[in-house]
Design a protein around this ligand. Structure first.
Ligand SMILES: Nc1nc2c(ncn2[C@@H]2O[C@H](COP(=O)(O)OP(=O)(O)OP(=O)(O)O)[C@@H](O)[C@H]2O)c(=O)[nH]1
Length: 518
């Protein structure tokens, strides 16, 4: 019997799974396991050769062997270093105190081995593979497809939207070799985006046309793309609707995006979309003539691009408009992606500010500085005078008997008289002199770099001019003037007080005069 078994080409062996030891093997098995004789095979340590998971699997088989079942396993051994794939029929072999495993091994010819390996690869690949017949009925699936896709038996049940199903049928009918699409499909985890590659091929079993579908999950990528598109759309809508003019440039100074307000501000007739891709350097050269200082417009751009820091400046246009320009560099981490220019028409805002500033500093009736602005200037001149050791003088001026003017000719005529007297005095003083309305019918004149003599001379000239000045309706008025030169380290308010005292004296001494007498 042993001779018969030894003459078989089929390797046979009995393996004690519990002890992880070989009990017996025929001659073909000894050759396969590269053992000289049976003793060598029996004394071999198989714990080093059989992996843990395989051993666990074999131990699980014991129960099945006990029920009389056989199991088919595919193993690859390496006698003389050559891979030899074996299809092994494993069954139970009774021992005195348990069960061993009888293995009948059938070497697999190389072509079959390849097919088996390919089958194994398909079993483990994460790509979902399905085979459909030409009518779209499911023929088979790999484990990944089975685990992921819903139980649908027909191709059409894969797709969430019928439009995709439609296009695939078009392909099936159109007799093309392959077709790819990205579409939302129904999976066990809900609706997911998949990339599907369809390949027309021949069924090795029936010889009929079949369709092999391999699919991969691209949900994360599609979601990112959708989020990006969504964000870009929202951003463009935001920029388009901004009240300011916006132009976004890439790192090569090509327009990425502009809005309508930008086109309006720069007098561009084309729609903002037409600017995309335009060279901003050239466009700026072309637009510089719109600005009161064309070179400053270009220099501002160059400086901002060089510094790559957010900066804001103001530009005056030849047509009188004022623009505020802000440069904002755009970075992704360390990488410079380009920049954004923002232009606001601030003409009205500037006018409002100027108007407010004027109201805050000027007297509404005469247009002269008011007391607040005058005092500010007085302190500045005082500082200068202390620093450079230069004199300055003050003249307090009051119209004589002005109450009578009002009483006789009315308040409106009084107003006109006040304004005209102020204008007449302004005409005579120097550019550097500061005439202000101190209040009521009283004025104050600040004369930088002027000593008492010069101030007295001017005071008399003013007195004469006003006295000789003809006023509508009223006829004429006279003024009284008190003059004081600032003393060393004398505070401005003290100088003012002295000038006021002189004015009171001029009034007391008969009006239409200057005190001190020159
Ligand atoms: N029309 C007009 N009158 C003003 C204004 N401010 C002050 N006055 C008037 O100026 C007059 C000043 O009167 P007073 O302070 O008595 O002095 P005066 O009549 O000029 O007499 P003397 O200064 O002593 O020469 C008052 O009648 C004020 O109502 C103004 O803005 N418009």
């Amino acid at each position: 019997m042993a001779t018969l078994l030894d003459s078989l080409q089929t390797p046979l062996w009995i393996f004690d799974i519990e002890r992880v030891a070989m009990i017996w093997g025929n001659a073909a098995a000894l050759a396969l396991w590269e053992a000289e004789d049976l003793d060598a095979l029996r004394s071999r340590d198989f714990r080093a050769e059989i992996s843990g998971p395989v051993l666990t699997r074999l131990q699980d088989y014991l129960e099945r062997f006990g029920r009389g079942e056989a199991v088919v396993e595919t193993w690859t051994l390496y006698p003389q270093g050559r891979p030899t794939t074996l299809r092994c029929l494993c069954s139970g072999y009774p021992l005195e105190n348990g069960l061993a495993m009888l293995v009948e091994a059938q070497p697999v010819v190389e072509r079959d081995a390849e097919a088996l390996r390919a089958q194994e690869a398909l079993r483990h690949t994460p790509t979902l593979l399905s085979v459909f017949d030409a009518q779209g009925h499911l023929l088979s699936r790999n484990p990944a497809a089975r685990a992921t896709l819903s139980d649908g038996r027909h191709f059409g049940e894969y797709f969430v939207r019928s439009v995709d199903e439609e296009s695939v049928y078009q392909w099936v009918l159109g007799n093309h070799e392959s077709y790819s699409l990205e579409a939302p499909v129904t999976t066990r985890y809900g609706e997911r985006w998949h990339r599907l590659d369809l390949q027309r091929t021949t069924d090795p079993v029936t010889g009929e046309h079949v369709v092999l579908v391999s699919q991969t999950d691209i949900n994360a990528r599609v979601e990112n793309e959708l989020a990006l598109i969504n964000m870009r759309e929202r951003l463009s809508a935001l920029l388009r609707n901004l009240r300011g003019g916006i132009v976004v440039e890439d790192e090569n100074r090509r327009v990425v995006l502009a809005n309508q307000t930008f086109c309006n501000l720069f007098g561009i007739d084309a729609p903002p979309e037409a600017l995309e891709g335009a060279d901003c350097g050239e466009a700026a050269e072309h637009s510089k003539k719109l600005f009161a200082e064309p070179d400053a417009f270009i220099e501002g751009i160059d400086a901002a691009l060089k510094a790559r820091q957010t900066v804001t400046d103001e530009l005056e246009m030849v047509d009188g408009r004022a623009l505020e320009r802000t440069y904002v560099p755009v970075f992704h981490g360390e990488i410079y992606l380009g920049h954004l220019w923002q232009y606001w028409d601030i003409t009205q805002q500037k006018r409002n500010t100027e108007r407010l500033e004027h109201f805050a500093n000027h007297d509404a009736l005469t247009g002269l500085w008011n007391r607040r602005r005058f005092e500010q200037s007085l302190f500045e001149i005082h500082e200068e005078s202390v620093r450079y050791g230069q004199p300055y003088s003050l003249i307090m001026i009051d119209i004589d008997h002005f109450k009578l003017v009002n009483d006789r000719y009315g308040h409106d005529a009084g107003d006109i008289a006040l304004r005209l007297v102020a204008e007449e005095m302004v005409r005579r003083v120097r550019q550097v002199d500061r005439l202000a309305r101190w209040g009521g019918e009283e004025f104050v004149l600040l004369l930088p770099q002027t000593s008492l003599d010069g101030a007295l001379r001017l005071a008399n000239i003013l007195r004469t001019r006003v006295r000789n000045f003809s006023l509508p309706l009223v006829g004429g008025v006279t003024i009284s003037l008190g003059v004081a030169e600032a003393g060393n380290n004398e505070m401005p308010m003290a100088v003012l007080k002295r000038a006021d005292e002189k004015l009171l004296r001029a009034k007391a001494n008969g009006r239409d005069r200057v005190e001190p007498m020159g």
